[in-house]
Write a protein that binds this ligand. Structure first.
Ligand code: ASP
Length: 599
């Protein structure tokens, strides 16, 4: 029997690995870990010991070793110990627990460390607020649920790597200190000490580097890459996040799809979920028409429909005005919506207005004729016909929006999701993966009064539409694609422009002049001029995929040390002040708050 002492450092087994077999053979074991729970029954002390593999019950009996029992009296939650003992069958098993049929009769104990301050209990569920948990993340991470999430994250990364490695992809790192890549967000800037007054940008993505790796002849590249985007507060975004970044030479979108489908399939399996047997494709225009959004959740119906001929020439100003202005009158059917309360209808109307509609017309399909917010103006017959046109049957409600078509679609798309969530109409055990393709190349930016790239400016237009670029950029479609899981975009990519003359045309359409293009992307243009192969790729949002496949509500639950939604780290208290000397070295001077506000 080993003495109490530092030798109880190397465990023979993991707590969660012990089973009845070990009890059968009366195995003597050394375990190490944390005191998860302690019950002192006077004579006997019971400890639940936790390590990376799970939990097991220890029993300290003074008749076995008085000294060890005495030492166990001083143990408290989260103390770190090593124990020696014998595995025995438990007299009163706990069927809820994987190791609940056995326990370890401890005969020696080493206290490796005390836990002087434990800010909150280490439990599966927690009531502790997230702020406290993020501040003491090292304790929060001990909770079994976070242990599982992060271990799953690791398993998912391994499965993606295996697929990519099996297909001849080379993992290469690209610089963190670089210059701006336009992905549509603000850059995090890093001042250069050596080059006073000049700045690096942290990469929003490795986009240009991965393209240049294709120019360099690697043909198949991947990287589990950290990206940085300084975006305004948005729920469940992180200023730094991880992408599985992929680029391939001599490919069509189909080749990229095939690789991604293999990766996702393996990730699903690693998460214990049946992979989708087939991943359908949907053109962007169809997604917007049917679901009002370019990342449709196809797990349920309630599709957007035209309100049909009855909505035209009705004399109802709202409808007629929208149609005359070139817009549309469209709606969704809410199953069982005829029983909606006044409060429900008011809330839905509020949601519609918040999403940009001027108002919402509701029609309830009831046995004794329709009820509607516009019954007086439209009349019962029209109301019934409109409700039928949008798919509302007996007992349902139709919700109608009339406006410019993009407003109608986005409002209804938003309502569809919110109402389905609220009424629990979305099946939770379904995994619908979908490719959305055929995106427009550009989008009109009203505030800047110019076309902006819908994906990024390196995305290839359809090769047969190059002539349209100068004439009518709004009609050009991109060779871009997104992959969507249950209504969440989990990846996006494109075939790229590999010829500098085409890249220049696209820059021109985006009103990026030759000088600006040379200054910002000269290295890319020179690369394209030096024998660039046709190429394309994608980036998968790894944090998001991990969260979804772990059933986590937030990506913070699958990131070891996440930041808050306001982009700060509560544990390290970053971002932090720096001292004058550092600022000076960096050639920086801070403006006073008042100066900043006046700028
Ligand atoms: N660079 C793009 C992004 O980060 C993805 C891609 O086009 O591969 O969203």
């Amino acid at each position: 029997m080993p003495e109490n002492g530092p030798e109880l450092l190397h465990r023979t087994h993991g707590c969660g690995e012990l089973s009845e077999d070990h009890a059968q053979s009366g195995e003597e074991v050394v375990l190490t870990g944390w005191v998860h729970k302690r019950r002192d029954l006077g004579q006997l002390i019971f400890i639940e010991l936790r390590d990376a593999t799970g939990l097991v019950q220890l029993v300290f009996d003074p008749s076995i070793n008085g000294a060890a029992h005495g030492a166990a009296e001083a143990l408290r939650n989260e103390f770190v110990v090593g124990v020696h003992g014998k595995v025995v069958r438990r007299e009163s098993p706990n069927p809820k627990h994987p190791t609940g049929t056995i326990e370890v009769m401890a005969d020696a104990l080493t206290l490796h460390n005390r836990a002087e301050s434990v800010p909150f209990p280490v439990t599966e569920e927690t009531e502790t607020n997230e702020e406290a948990r993020l501040k003491h993340r090292y304790v929060d991470l001990r909770r079994p649920v976070l242990q599982r999430n992060l271990r799953r994250r690791h398993a998912l990364a391994v499965s993606a790597r295996r697929v990519l490695e099996g297909q001849g992809f080379v993992e290469l790192e690209t610089p963190m200190l670089t210059r701006s890549t336009p992905e549509g967000a603000r850059d995090y800037l890093v001042p250069s000490r050596v080059h006073g007054g000049r700045f690096f940008a942290l990469p929003q993505s490795p986009q240009l580097f991965k393209q240049l790796l294709m120019v360099a002849g690697f043909e198949r590249y991947y990287q589990i890459a950290r990206c940085f985007r300084d975006e305004d507060l948005r729920a469940d975004r992180q200023p730094e996040f991880t992408q599985i970044d992929i680029e391939m030479s001599f490919v069509t979108p189909e080749d990229v799809y095939a690789v991604v489908e293999r990766i996702l399939g393996e990730m699903f399996l690693a998460a214990g979920i049946d992979p989708p047997s087939e991943i359908p494709r949907m053109p962007y225009a169809e997604a917007v028409r049917r679901y009002g959004i370019d990342r449709p959740d196809t797990r349920f119906g309630m599709e957007l429909q035209d309100a049909g001929p009855s909505a035209e020439g009705s004399g109802f100003k709202v409808f007629d005005g929208a149609v005359e202005a070139g817009g549309s009158v469209r709606g969704i059917a809410v199953p069982g919506g005829a029983a909606a309360s006044r409060k429900d209808l008011d809330r839905w109307t509020e949601w519609a207005k918040k999403a940009g509609a001027k108002g919402l017309v509701w029609i309830k399909v009831q046995d004794d004729g329709p009820a509607s917010s516009a019954l007086k103006i439209l009349g019962a017959e029209r109301c019934s016909a409109i409700a039928a046109a949008v798919g509302a049957g007996a007992g349902d409600a139709a919700l109608i929006v009339a406006d410019a078509t993009d407003v109608t679609n986005s409002v209804l798309g938003d309502l569809r999701l919110r109402i389905a969530k609220e009424r629990d109409l979305i099946p939770s055990d379904v995994w619908n993966v979908l490719w959305v393709e055929d995106f427009p190349l550009v989008d009109w930016d009203e505030s800047e009064q110019r076309w902006v790239a819908m994906h990024h400016p390196f995305t290839a237009p359809r090769w047969d539409q190059l002539d349209l670029l100068a004439e009518d950029p709004g009609r050009v479609r991109a060779q871009a694609y997104d992959i969507v899981l249950n209504g969440t975009e989990i990846g996006g990519g494109s075939i790229r422009i590999h010829r500098s003359d085409v890249q220049e045309k696209v820059f021109r359409a985006l009103r990026i002049g030759p000088e600006e293009a040379q200054a910002k992307f000269g290295f890319l243009l020179r690369g394209l001029e030096s024998g660039a192969p046709p190429h394309g790729g994608i980036a998968l949002g790894f944090d998001r995929i991990c969260a979804m496949l772990s059933g986590a509500d937030s990506i913070r639950d699958v990131i070891a040390f996440p930041k808050t939604t306001s982009a700060s780290c509560l544990m390290t208290e970053a971002p932090a002040d720096v001292d004058e000397r550092q600022l000076k070295e960096l050639h920086l001077q801070l403006l006073s708050q008042q100066n900043i506000e006046n700028k």
